[in-house]
Design a protein around this ligand. Structure first.
Ligand SMILES: [Zn+2]
Length: 68
């Protein structure tokens, strides 16, 4: 009976088998490189701001049509 068989999971970043256990501080990633790369991608996604985000001042009222 194997009580402490090391589990392996596919690295979310590079899909390589990664050891999922106390021996791998970067779990579920295979390495620190993959972990940092994934966090970096996540952060850039999160902090990406739409180019045409209306400001608070102008967001409540629609833009006035050009008076002619
Ligand atoms: Zn990896």
């Amino acid at each position: 009976m194997q009580a402490a068989a090391p589990r392996q999971v596919p690295c979310p970043s590079c899909r390589a088998p990664a050891l999922f256990g106390a021996a791998n501080p970067w779990r579920p990633f295979c390495s620190q490189r993959c972990r940092n790369a994934d966090l970096g991608a996540w952060a850039s996604e999160r902090f990406r701001v739409p180019a045409e985000l209306p400001s608070d001042d102008e967001g409540s009222t629609p833009p006035a049509p050009p008076a002619d």
